[in-house]
Write a protein that binds this ligand. Structure first.
Ligand code: SF4
Length: 675
């Protein structure tokens, strides 16, 4: 069969894969042996990506809702309807009555054009990729403390790490091929593995040091590790003096940390914390990997993790650095493209007059200076929103009645998507877009690698890529956007985002893409952000004094809820459910618990006289839900793990905002009753 080298777009690793085609159909997928992130490995999602790409129920014609029914219409009618509605809403209610949400599944080109449409043609900064609450924490902190908004190193450089610290991320489920690389670094190269997580997941089983931290206390744990590193004389004082500001305030605040108190608070022994700190602090080259499990807890844990990196001087050397892992395939890219309500492309703050003027000149129009609303704010009742453009964004999942009712009250909802979903039910206009494998686009993975997603087959019927539709819709509202092809869009991205200046379809097709900065003086990209040297005083410590009390959990509600993934259920599952194999595997998960389950620690279960498989009621101040207990030692005492697919449980416990992305992982405490 013919095969085409491309990139798996299920998660942030962006593994290199070959798509096998027969006729105009994608028949199979297999891994690229030489790709720098996956090197011949794929996870179960990547092996079955062809099933999603070839799903027979893809949308092919625009759909217009009238009298509660959808009917097929032509493209001309769809674009005309869109332009009339959007212009009249903007003229009547002002630009900020319009919102634009896309998804980290969107490519760079469509993201860039969508936010340009919002800012340049409508005049609003109401743009968001919908994962803000998590990623904004990292972006803001990394920019503040390191001066960069992304991972500093490369995934393949984990092969040269002496120690790898994995914080709050179940790599085996979330980013499996990175999990495999970490395991190989340990087993084949002798790297010491430290895992910090409330769950004893697969990687934790193989760790040299596993700290099963009490949920929500991880910032205290990292602070205690920092204290041990300083007390044992392991801090890299020469690095700190030369490169870091605000060190005095940080060290002063660190004095307030007490190892015994921290150990007690985190549910660990002081020896375990010391062992982890010394392992990390003594390593010649150590890497830290973290993801949403840390980001969702707010700013202190992320600040504390960056602090460990600065204290030990682990930057700018092979095997050393920080990987701020993005779970979604193009989360890094949509942030780089400016799909943020407070930043233009290239992370220029919307209040920065000089940066705004530069983009105004490039785009030929005035840009708004007021910070826009993010996804959470836009999707709340009373936000003032009248029209919403959703590009592959899925705010509505089964049972999310509140968000559905917000959408129903809007004057206009347009959705660009490949499939019908819970969200498309609430659209006035659905515009189907070309699917994965049928369009050429770029994605930027979690290590800043800008990668080309190749076109293996022709799109069905007269479907076009999402970026081309956005251009047509811009023309429909009166603009003249003359992008002849995707290459022209990429060229403009290079002018708007300096780190992409030398990235072109031509060179991205070689060598498995380029890690940004990819500039004219570094056209091959940049493997390590500090490979050319560490800036003098370029970094900054943040002082975080010891908290006076536990962040949350009360005697009335002593269990902390933690939400997480299943390998076969990926985010809102809109794509995975179109794979026969992944859907079947997901069903197997539920054989013993047909109505779903939550994980509860075996000792906690015994104390509450709860058996495996029994019905329990989780009661929080915001609501209550009845579900089934899966009793397991995998979870820490004092926590309840809720898999993402239990939407009803989330909705019932968290209330109105449960299904708004970004609001679901804020710590929530419950008590358990037998139902
Ligand atoms: Fe695809 Fe991610 Fe699996 Fe790689 S790890 S095959 S990118 S889902």
């Amino acid at each position: 069969m013919p095969h085409t080298l491309t990139t798996c777009t299920f998660c942030g690793v962006g593994c290199g894969i070959y798509l096998e085609t027969a006729g105009n159909r994608i028949q199979g997928a297999y891994p690229s042996l030489c790709h720098p992130t996956n090197g011949g490995h794929l996870c179960v999602r990547g092996w079955h990506v062809n099933e999603v790409a070839s799903a027979p129920d893809r949308l092919t014609r625009p759909l217009l809702r009238s009298n509660g029914q959808f009917r097929e219409i032509g493209w001309g009618e769809a674009f005309g309807f869109f332009a009339d509605r959007l212009k009249s809403i903007r003229d009547r209610h002002g630009p900020d009555a319009v919102g634009f949400l896309n998804s980290p599944r969107c490519g760079n080109e469509e993201t860039y054009l969508l936010q340009k449409f919002a800012r340049c043609l409508i005049g609003t900064n109401n743009v968001d990729h919908g994962r803000g609450a998590f990623r904004h924490n990292s972006i803001d902190i990394l920019l503040d403390m390191l001066g960069v908004p992304a991972s500093t190193t490369a995934i393949r450089d984990l092969d040269t790490s002496d120690a790898i610290l994995v914080c709050g991320v179940d790599l085996g489920l979330q980013l499996p091929t990175i999990g495999g690389r970490v395991m190989r670094a340990k087993l084949n190269k002798g790297a010491r593995l430290i895992v910090i997580d409330p769950r004893r997941h697969r990687l934790a089983e193989h760790a040299d040091c596993f700290l099963q931290v009490r949920p929500g206390t991880d910032a205290i744990l990292y602070g205690a590790m920092a204290k041990v590193i300083v007390d044992r004389g392991l801090a890299d004082t020469r690095f700190i003096k030369a490169h870091c500001g605000n060190a005095e305030a940080f060290f002063e605040a660190l004095h307030t940390y007490d190892l015994l108190w921290a150990a007690d608070t985190c549910g660990l022994t002081p020896d375990a914390i010391e062992e982890a700190a010394v392992l990390y602090g003594r390593a010649a080259a150590a890497a830290i990997l973290f993801s949403t499990g840390v980001e969702a807890r707010g700013t202190p844990p992320v600040q504390a993790i960056v602090t460990l990196v600065l204290l030990s001087g682990n930057l700018g050397r092979p095997g050393a650095g920080l990987l701020a892992l993005a779970e979604h395939n193009n989360l890094q890219g949509v942030c780089d493209m400016g799909m943020l309500p407070d930043r233009f492309p290239g992370y220029v703050p919307v209040g920065d007059a000089a940066g705004r003027a530069r983009l105004e000149e490039l785009w030929g129009g005035r840009l708004p200076a007021k910070i826009g609303l993010d996804a959470q704010a836009l999707l709340r009742a009373g936000s003032g929103l009248k029209a919403l453009w959703l590009c592959r964004h899925e705010p509505v999942v089964a049972a999310s009645a509140e968000v559905a009712s917000v959408l129903e009250r809007l004057d206009f909802v347009v959705v660009q998507h490949t499939f019908l979903s819970e969200t498309t039910k609430h659209a006035h206009l659905i515009l189907p877009v070309a699917a994965f494998g049928a369009e050429q686009a770029t994605f930027t993975n979690t290590e800043r690698r800008i990668q080309l997603v190749a076109k293996a087959v022709e799109p069905q019927g007269d479907l076009t890529p999402a970026w081309r539709q956005i251009v047509a819709l811009a023309d429909a509202v009166g603009a003249v956007w003359s992008y002849g092809n995707a290459t022209a869009v990429m060229d403009e991205i290079g002018r708007a985002v300096p780190a992409y200046a030398a990235a072109s379809y031509n060179n991205l097709a070689r060598d498995y893409g380029r890690q940004w900065p990819c500039t004219h003086d570094k056209p091959l990209g940049t493997r390590d952000l500090f490979e050319d040297g560490i800036p003098d005083h370029g970094f900054r410590f943040v002082a975080f004094p010891r908290p006076t009390a536990l962040p949350y959990s009360t005697p009335e509600c002593p269990f902390v809820l933690s939400f997480g993934h299943s390998l076969y259920y990926w985010h809102q599952n809109v794509l995975v459910q179109h794979s026969e194999t992944l859907r079947r595997e997901y069903q197997i998960l539920l054989l013993d618990y047909p109505e779903g389950f939550v994980d509860i620690n075996d000792v906690d279960a015994r104390a509450l006289e709860i058996r495996d498989g029994s019905r329990i009621r989780l009661v929080a101040p915001t609501g209550a839900a009845v579900t089934t207990a899966r009793v397991t030692p995998e979870v820490k005492r004092g926590m309840i793990f809720v898999p993402y697919f239990l939407w009803e449980v989330r909705e019932q416990i968290l209330g109105a905002t449960a299904s708004i992305p970004g609001s679901t992982r804020a710590p929530v405490c419950v008590r358990i009753e037998r139902a």
